[in-house]
Design a protein around this ligand. Structure first.
Ligand code: AMP
Length: 444
């Protein structure tokens, strides 16, 4: 099947083929005709499955083919939870409109407001931004949405997690007219609030639920390793970095200070690592992201600041040095590898401090993750006893019980001989800065 079979304009399809994108992915094949037919869309599809083009292509096509409702207002607004994701969407939008006289601007938190006012005054066709800053421009009247034709929410669940419900409501209100079409996409749409909020945002949406976020990602091999303490985690990390066929690797830590400590440690081992933390100045962050995307660093050590929106096909490994607090974040973190059909490996270390997160992840995923051991690196920690539940907050499902680390289910892995790394093109633009107060991965 080709993009033109889905109703995509020849010129747009050609633009895609210049990027080596010829055949639609499943989510694109399902969502594009639905959106082109004018329906609202509520879509869930796994990380790296081509969601961005699934919503951008119908949006761009609409702008090219249909008359504008207003000459002044943006025609398409894409709302994303993080600056990283906004940059990613912006890069793909620019690629799509490259051969048309169309314009796109970004309005991101943490960047100069007045520059954004000037950019908005030029009446761009597409605006891509983060919810707080979009709401600020609406309240300052530097952007109006009465003429908006398409409103797109990317990773809506994350925006709700980050407490942006009021801003989403304000955006919804500002573009409240019957001609607006709304698309809502994510890899994880089972957030309790998503159902309620999406009923306000979407009108008679077509639901396209391609993947169950709880299901195993077939392209990502996932394994867990028990760790007694920090030193043990570091020994495991050194083992993997030396023995596994690591192309590029992203290591997630719980704290910012750990990012620099670990990258120093890896650099001592000549592993060419860089740390990326949300509190770094914008230029520094852009520089690091750019260098990583060009392959100048092998390892990026970061916090959840990079758990969504980083799209590098050359990332072969994700290592959770510490587990994330929220189970959905595990799905997004590991989704930085195994993108666009490439294979990836996700390795997670589970120490006493990670145990609560481990239980949450196990009960979130349909197929329990298994523990594996490395000969010579087996510790004493075998898991914590489950505390007696106080009052269940949600009804229990038939999901399997978390695999207990101490029940003899542990496989012993002999150190592996390195396989050939996956060589793949890279595809990312520079990343915008992120200050993370009070929560990570969010504009203020
Ligand atoms: P996304 O899920 O939108 O972040 O996309 C993940 C990666 O897949 C990006 O690098 C896209 O450029 C790439 N991609 C998207 N659609 C296709 C396609 N139809 N064929 C090949 N690669 C694609």
């Amino acid at each position: 099947m080709l993009f033109t079979d889905l109703g995509i304009d020849n010129r747009l399809a050609k633009q895609l083929s210049h990027q080596g994108i010829v055949e639609p992915t499943e989510i694109q094949a399902r969502a594009i005709p639905t959106a082109l037919a004018g329906h609202d869309v509520f879509a869930q599809s796994k990380t790296g499955s081509g969601k961005t083009l699934a919503f951008l292509l119908p949006a761009v096509q609409r702008v090219i083919k249909q008359k504008a409702l207003s000459k002044r207002d943006p025609r398409v607004l894409v709302v994303t939870p993080t600056r990283e994701l906004a940059n990613q969407v912006y890069a793909q939008c620019r690629m799509l409109i490259a051969s048309h006289t169309l314009s796109v601007t970004k309005i991101l938190g943490g960047e100069n407001f007045n520059d954004q006012v000037k950019a908005l005054a030029k009446n761009p066709h597409f605006v891509i931004g983060t919810p707080g800053r979009i709401a600020d421009h609406l309240s300052q009247r530097s952007m109006q949405l009465q003429g908006l034709e398409m409103l797109i929410f990317d990773e809506a669940d994350r925006m709700l997690d980050l407490g942006f419900k009021a801003q989403l409501d304000a955006i919804n209100e500002a573009a409240d007219h019957r001609l607006r079409q709304t698309l809502l996409f994510s890899a994880t749409l089972d957030h309790a609030e998503v159902g309620v909020t999406s009923r306000n945002l979407l009108k008679a949406p077509k639901s396209i639920m391609l993947s169950d976020a709880h299901e195993k990602h077939e392209d990502i091999t996932q394994t867990l390793y028990l760790a007694d303490h920090l030193d043990h985690k570091q020994a495991l990390l050194t083992h993997f970095m030396k023995s596994e066929a690591v192309g590029q690797c992203i290591i997630f830590t719980a704290t910012r200070s750990d990012t620099s400590r670990l990258s120093d440690l890896l650099n001592e081992q000549q592993l060419n690592a860089a740390a990326l933390a949300g509190d770094m100045p914008q230029n520094k962050r852009l520089e690091i992201m750019d260098a990583f995307s060009r392959g100048q660093f092998k390892v990026l050590v970061t916090t959840d600041v990079a758990s969504r929106g980083l799209d590098l096909l050359s990332v072969t490994h994700v290592i959770n040095f510490d587990l994330p607090k929220h189970a959905e974040e595990y799905v997004h973190r590991i989704g930085r590898t195994g993108r666009a059909g490439f294979k990836g490996t996700a390795i997670s270390f589970v120490g006493p401090k990670d145990w609560k997160s481990y239980l949450a992840i196990q009960s979130y995923l349909k197929d329990p993750l298994e523990f594996t051991q490395i000969q010579g690196l087996v510790g004493k920690f075998k898991g914590l006893k489950e505390p007696k539940p106080k009052a269940p907050t949600k009804p229990t499902t038939n999901k399997k019980k978390p695999a207990s680390a101490g029940k003899g289910k542990v496989k012993v892995n002999k150190p592996k001989i390195a396989k050939k790394p996956i060589a793949a093109p890279m595809d990312v633009d520079g990343m915008a800065p992120l200050r993370r107060k009070p929560k990570p991965n969010v504009e203020e």
